[in-house]
Design a protein around this ligand. Structure first.
Ligand code: KG4
Ligand code: ZN
Length: 327
């Protein structure tokens, strides 16, 4: 079964064709990142305009790359949230029109669940139930996943998301936007024990809080008269180590609490090299199975939408033409 996936929740306009929820025939991503950089974050109006101007080209390109014609598509899956209102509406409107025109089913897919699906879009996927984590620019969430349509929220951030903390700290350090990849690289050359930035889990829960550590970095930098490159590297490494330690700790706690031995993670921050190292060490030590997306599927893409869309369709879950964006 061939599903066309459409993703426009933030700054990536993406379309993908996936066969049977598993085989990616094409995955085209056009990002408006360049236009947001000078503002230090995503500007919703710019993102929406980019989607409107590019969605048809991206869909045509994904059909072309897959060697298919539009009439070959069996269903259309689209991200219905969470994300930016105008951005989501562009993809949803386009998907609805295509579904109506082609007379093929429409499937609404949750962006966060799809991020986790990108880690298990493989042959020997984990059996249910397993623990899933999304660490992206907008969300940090732990789930107990019992089926493709049964996600129980176990933990969430009470303030900033993990990726947001990376982006804000990068801004404080004058490293530009987005912050995650730069801090990832810089931290490799820094000493993670150089500065004590505390970042703790919220007692008795599986929730997260990342705004305190961002403020701690801000004050630390303010009190420094001149920041050397060495110091910048040490700040990046110390900040990253604290943030990732809490994410790893909560993830392990969730697995222990529910006696689960499989863990899947997705979202932009799941590309982080130190995070992968830390989780792999824990997986060996605690003997659990770890599922990461390939690096190309960590950030926003439509392959994960088409993939999870197929699983939902197989469960008989379809959307009607009156769906709208869930911001
Ligand atoms: O999943 P994503 O592409 O978009 C959202 O749905 O938010 O995630 C983007 C976030 C940004 O905050 C970015 O700084 C972060 O992922 N990110 C990283 C890395 N690559 C991207 N954070 C840490 N380490 C990375 N290597
Ligand atoms: Zn995302």
């Amino acid at each position: 079964m061939l599903i066309l996936g459409i993703e426009t929740s933030c700054d990536e306009t993406s379309a993908s064709i996936v066969k049977d929820g598993e085989y990616i025939l094409s995955n085209v991503v056009s990002s408006s990142l360049e236009y947001h950089k000078k503002f230090g974050g995503v500007v919703p109006e710019i993102a929406t305009r980019h989607h409107v101007e590019n969605i048809d080209k991206v869909i045509n390109r994904s059909l072309y790359n897959a060697g298919l014609k539009i009439k070959d598509i069996d269903a259309v899956a689209v991200t219905d949230g969470p994300g930016l209102m105008g951005a989501l509406l562009t993809g949803i409107s386009c998907a609805k029109a295509m579904s109506y025109y082609l007379n093929k089913p429409l499937i609404a897919v949750d962006h966060l669940r799809a991020h986790i699906y990108s880690a298990i879009m493989i042959k020997d996927a984990p059996r249910f139930p397993f623990i899933g984590l999304v660490i992206s620019g907008g969300h940090t969430r732990l789930y107990l996943i019992e089926d493709f349509d049964r996600f129980e929220l176990l933990g969430d951030t009470v303030d900033d998301a993990a990726g947001e903390a990376y982006d804000k700290v990068a801004k404080i350090l004058g490293l530009g936007y987005p912050g995650g990849p730069v801090i990832d690289t810089l931290a490799k050359k820094g000493n993670p024990d150089a500065i004590r930035f505390t970042c703790r889990a919220i007692n008795g829960t599986l929730d997260f809080s990342f705004s305190g550590i961002k403020t701690a970095v801000l004050y630390y930098v303010k009190n420094e008269r001149r920041m050397t490159n060495d110091e910048r590297r040490n700040i990046a490494a110390s900040f990253q180590e604290s943030v990732l330690r809490v994410i790893v700790e909560n993830s392990i706690k969730a697995m222990e609490k529910y006696k689960i031995k499989s863990f899947a993670v997705g979202g932009g921050v799941s590309a982080n090299s130190r995070f992968r190292e830390m989780m792999q060490r824990e997986a060996r030590y605690k003997d659990f199975k770890l599922y990461f997306p390939p690096l190309g599927l960590c950030s926003d893409n439509a392959a994960m939408i088409a993939g999870l869309g197929y699983r939902l369709y197989k469960k008989g879950i379809k959307a009607s033409l009156d769906i709208t964006a869930r911001v």
